[in-house]
Design a binder for this molecule. Structure first.
Ligand SMILES: Nc1nc2c(ncn2[C@@H]2O[C@H](COP(=O)(O)OP(=O)(O)OP(=O)(O)O)[C@@H](O)[C@H]2O)c(=O)[nH]1
Ligand SMILES: [Mg+2]
Length: 226
């Protein structure tokens, strides 16, 4: 395989990825990496060049997709604290309950903290979900600052011997400074083991931009929950 004779298939791959709405920097890096590997490898005896190229593309796709699953980190002593963040309506409150239900089935004792003091009925929503899955919820109403709710909620986990505490937060229309300042405040008191940015699976490339903006503003390595 040479740079010249793989030019045509590489063009097709590039077009297919762009049509699939993959972002341009990712496509460029992908095509470059596949081309380099193909040229470097040459042709192995017993394989056709096209078969070999398909294998390289496949392996590179797996690599781009992440290749590995990163599990939630649990602390050895004291409660593991998970903070959920994300834009409006992406499913944060639902994820709180789903995650608690999943962890409860694994034998962990969970607690939810209702930290969305802005959207009407956000606390009731979490209470209803919590009751449905049989997980206790710490609520402090809508007059208390989310950072104080975090602090009080954490105290409660110590009393109740909770393994995992999950805090719901308010969404915003976009990742903005106000949202991040409030989250930073909450983070300072909560000192979360994991901060998960909840994104709608339909968001597309914008999800990566949200994560970058979030990491930049929070100056940490917030992870995705899709
Ligand atoms: N189809 C589908 N709907 C979902 C999913 N997760 C949440 N929803 C629905 O999406 C809507 C918003 O979910 P919420 O969990 O309230 O989202 P949120 O991020 O807490 O919203 P805000 O607190 O207003 O920012 C609700 O009607 C949920 O039932 C999901 O995985 N699939
Ligand atoms: Mg919510």
């Amino acid at each position: 395989m040479t740079k010249e004779n793989i030019a045509e298939p590489m063009k097709d791959i590039r077009r297919a990825l762009l049509e699939a709405y993959v972002s341009l920097p990712v496509v460029r890096k992908f095509v470059q990496s596949v081309s380099d590997q193909a040229v470097r490898m040459g042709v192995i005896r017993g394989f056709k060049p096209d078969q070999q190229l398909v294998k390289i593309v496949h392996d590179e796709l797996v690599k781009v997709m992440g290749g590995e699953v990163s599990e939630i980190q649990f602390v050895k002593s004291g409660p593991t604290v998970i903070l959920l963040a994300g834009l409006q309506g992406v499913g944060k409150t639902t994820v709180c309950a789903k995650l608690a239900y999943y962890l409860k089935k694994q034998g962990k004792s969970c607690m939810l903290i209702a930290g969305d003091v802005y959207r009407p009925a956000a606390i009731d929503q979490l209470v209803i979900l919590g009751e449905r899955i049989g997980v206790p919820i710490y609520t402090a109403g809508t007059e208390v600052k989310p950072a104080d709710i975090a602090k009080q909620g954490l105290k409660e986990t110590k009393i109740n011997n909770v393994n995992v505490v999950i805090m719901d937060t308010a969404g915003r229309l976009q990742v903005d400074k106000g949202m991040m300042d409030e989250l930073k405040d909450v983070k300072r008191f909560l000192n979360p083991t994991e901060t998960l940015l909840v994104v709608d699976a339909m968001t597309g490339q914008e999800a990566a931009c949200n994560l970058c903006a979030c990491r930049h503003l929070l100056r940490d390595n917030t992870s995705f929950y899709q």
